[in-house]
Write a protein that binds this ligand. Structure first.
Ligand SMILES: Nc1ncnc2c1ncn2[C@@H]1O[C@H](COP(=O)(O)OP(=O)(O)OP(=O)(O)O)[C@@H](O)[C@H]1O
Length: 312
């Protein structure tokens, strides 16, 4: 498969801060790449360098096989960008807003009309074509923002946290729309603070911290990086301190925490842990309302690698 983006040894410094530190990666055609990292890890700087919105100290960036430069207009025509902040015209209706942005790229009126209708259908705004932005909810506004960024059918799309503070219906609509764009052949770079979204839509994930790549792979391959193999949660309000210490000494236990209502036990190895813990609780006459086992999530991996929660 062709590399749509190739970043080689990219370094960007702001005075004393190395925002991007010798970064190299590529994005393949038809891929949804999730770019994740704690606040300040260099995601926006990386995206802005790729888009030639920022100068950088050293390294190279190629898009569709050609060097990306501020005047690379042929490449820029094939790119769509949806920034975190909604940027639409208050004076124009939903339809007119999309028409405006699409018109920057598509001159032919008939083709443009078709593209606008397709963008409206993609984000589910059919009933709101004549509404002005101030009449839309936050979720609908974000859908409009996306429609404006992708109506010209770009081959490469950057989406910077497009689902922040949207209702579940709009979120599902946006995620479905992004997968549809990928299925239609677009390559997508996606930043988010919601790990569950990454698990649903991303083909590959890069975890950044301090401007460097900590991990790069599919969600499943990243989960294998986790030190723990299983987490067992027990809902109980009857656990004595000594018992918690005993649990920490059980076979394969990596760590255990108890907050007075919920006991959480992490295991380095994933076999028979649930049964053994249930037997232990029975022997100690500890009653509980619920017990369940989970595989490590991407969030656990992120926490282990960066020492931070993705959502802080
Ligand atoms: N214009 C600037 N001047 C100085 N330092 C900056 C500037 N922009 C970013 N930085 C610094 O560069 C580093 C990377 O910031 P960047 O915004 O790229 O991170 P991010 O991962 O996008 O963060 P967030 O998730 O908060 O958007 C941070 O230490 C930040 O403080």
């Amino acid at each position: 498969m062709q590399n749509v983006i190739e970043v080689r040894n990219l370094t960007k410094e702001y005075k004393a801060v190395k925002a991007v530190d010798d970064l190299s990666f590529e994005v393949q055609e038809g891929e949804i790449l999730g770019l994740l990292g704690p606040n300040g890890s260099g995601k926006s700087t990386t995206m802005n360098c790729i888009l030639s919105l920022l100068n950088f100290g050293s390294g190279s960036i190629r898009i569709f096989g050609s060097e990306m430069r501020p005047d690379a207009y042929e490449i820029k025509r094939k790119i769509g960008v949806v920034f975190q902040d909604v940027a639409v015209f208050e004076e124009l209706t939903v339809y007119e807003n999309i028409d405006y942005f699409c018109g920057l790229y598509i001159r032919d009126k008939a083709i443009r009309k078709q593209y606008i209708e397709e963008a409206i259908a993609l984000v589910g705004l059919e009933e709101y074509k004549k509404f002005r932005p101030r009449q839309l909810s936050g979720g609908l506004l974000r859908r409009l923002n996306i429609a404006c960024g992708i109506a010209h059918k770009p081959k490469l799309i950057f989406l910077d946290e497009p689902t922040v503070a949207v209702d579940p219906q709009s979120r599902n609509n946006i995620l479905d729309g992004i997968m549809t764009l990928r299925n239609q052949g677009a390559t997508i770079v996606y930043t988010t603070h919601y790990m569950e979204e990454v698990e649903i839509i991303c083909d590959r994930v890069i975890i950044l911290d301090k401007g460097k790549i900590l991990a790069d792979g599919t969600c499943d391959s990243l989960k294998k990086l986790a030190r723990i193999e299983e987490k067992v949660t027990v809902e109980t309000n009857a656990l004595a301190k000594e018992c918690l210490e005993e649990i920490r000494q059980l076979a394969h236990v990596d760590g255990a925490a108890y907050d007075g209502q919920s006991l959480s036990v992490a295991y380095r190895q994933g076999k028979n842990n649930l049964i053994e813990l249930m037997e232990f609780l029975k022997k100690r006459n500890i009653s509980y309302s619920k017990i369940y086992s989970e595989r490590p999530t991407l969030n656990d991996v992120f926490l282990e690698l960066t020492g931070k929660e993705l959502r802080d």
